[in-house]
Design a protein around this ligand. Structure first.
Ligand SMILES: [Zn+2]
Length: 156
């Protein structure tokens, strides 16, 4: 039983994925981006997701470090707590952006990039170039913001 076998090996026995990889869908994009532009957006999104992962890791590491320090040095806990909260906020914010970035990459792969996830209308080339992670058209975004704003006001 010395063999190291990975469960993933079984997957290789599976049949080839069906469906054509014809790649003739090039004319069907909804995003209005030129192929080069879409590639640039994809590259940017990938780089952004890497950067955010590192940022989250760093923030969590620093936070864990501070927690350890706090345990040793209870007297300074008050001061430390502030930066721990800041670190947690930063990591949470980065996580939200990472989720958006990963979702945008997924839409690129599925071919739904550039469509509003609510009403499926095209977001428009300029908006995509300005905000590649945008998932909602402006109308839907405003509607959501209005709903969220009236729901909970004065949150942090
Ligand atoms: Zn919409």
């Amino acid at each position: 039983m010395g063999d190291v076998r990975r469960d993933g090996q079984e997957a290789q026995d599976g049949q080839d994925r069906q469906g054509g990889q014809g790649g003739q869908d090039a004319g069907r994009e909804h995003d209005g981006l030129a192929p080069g532009e879409r590639e640039a957006v994809a590259t940017e999104l990938l780089a952004e997701s890497e950067r955010l992962r590192l940022e989250i890791d760093a923030a969590e590491e620093a936070e864990a470090q501070l927690r350890a320090d706090c345990a040793l040095d209870a007297a300074d806990a008050g001061a430390e707590n502030v930066s721990r909260e800041q670190l947690r906020d930063r990591s949470a914010e980065a996580q939200v952006r990472l989720d958006r970035t990963v979702a945008a990459l997924g839409r690129l792969r599925e071919g739904t990039f550039g469509l509003c996830t609510d009403c499926s209308r095209p977001l428009g080339r300029e908006r995509l170039l300005a905000v590649p992670t945008a998932a909602l058209c402006l109308a839907c975004r405003r509607r959501r913001e209005a709903a969220a704003g009236s729901h909970s006001r004065g949150g942090g």
